[in-house]
Design a binder for this molecule. Sequence first.
Ligand SMILES: [Zn+2]
Length: 422
Amino acid sequence: MIALLLALQIGTAAAPIPTFIVVRDGGAATSVPVTISGGEPSVRADVLLKAMHGMLITGTNLHYTLVLSRARLDLIDGIPFAKLDTMTVPLTRAPQVRGGQLYLPFQFVTEVIPRYGGYVYDVAQAELRTSASRVDAPAPARAPANSTAVASATGTSRAPATSATAPVPATPARTPVPVRRLPRKLVVIDAGHGGPDTGMRGPIGSPIWFVEKDVTLSVSTKLGTVLRARGFDVLMTRTTDTLIALSDRGRIANANHGDVFISIHCNAPGYNTAAGARERGFETYFLAEAKTEDERRVQDMENESVKFETGANAPKGDPLSFIITDMAQNEHLRESSDLAETIQTGLIDVHPGPNRGVQQANFAVLRGSYMPAVLVEIGFGSNQSEATYLTDQSNQRALARNIAESVVSYLAHYESRVGGQR
Ligand SMILES: [Zn+2]
């Protein structure tokens, strides 16, 4: 009742807001309730997507992806922008999670989906339909009030409906392309730091003899050798002691259409104390907002390299551009986290240090790479025994072989999962 009153009040300002809309997709017609919250109409994303035979993907860190047969839209809870490929679509209001469900502003029904999803919104009929829809297909009975429609939609949304969960092809059927050999997979290997940016130096409590940039280059080179021997193409972001801007590392990977991006680094604690000197172990990061104090420390340390960069290479501080880049990377978040898990688990077999687990942080170096991307902290150069371990050539080869095997098995698994399509 209250909802109906609100709907009527809004209706006086512009076109009336219906209590529900009908989505007509091919021969099927489904009703989707319109809910009013804070005086603003919205629709539940999962219910709408199901009616459109699309899919709602829930990512990490409040990220969502709406998968329609003709478009993919990336969203962040509370951010009034959507991202479509490289395009940013401003929204009148931000999508919002309420009661564990993502709600889309009504603008999605009237504008966003019609414009980008290949639908037409008929205001008079409160109907969202594909241009190919048969208009004579029977519409579901008009519900008299919001409550009925909400109940039916809630009921169906709980059922494990195949239509809503089945993958939808990203593009419509095309004419078959002549068969050609699949290109070899390209692994981009990024040796952390370089040139004036030495990275961390150690160990703590002794004259400095461990320099991160040298160890990362040595391990990265060995990793490249193993992967080439296993039949992969390898691209090194640097092969000598040079400074490569963080943003360029990702750009190099993108320009060459890398399949996987691996950045190799060595760790150090945030404090030069006896306790800090005892820190040991290995951890693998994938890109996301840093969550813990420790993750934030490593993030800040690795992002420090930016201060060695100047001019055009320096990342811009524009928060919007950050969000957009972040969203472009989000597509690969799940894959990046899988790759991180595979590498981290593999290292348990060879590394003497404790397993510090898979972590997430917002690394500038990972941010610019639009492919599954991870950063491996192969150990603490600040710890005397681990620094000794990391500088030993045969240990470096063992680490390289181990990481390479993880990449091979990750790519094989990924290949089988997507049926060889890229
Ligand atoms: Zn580093």
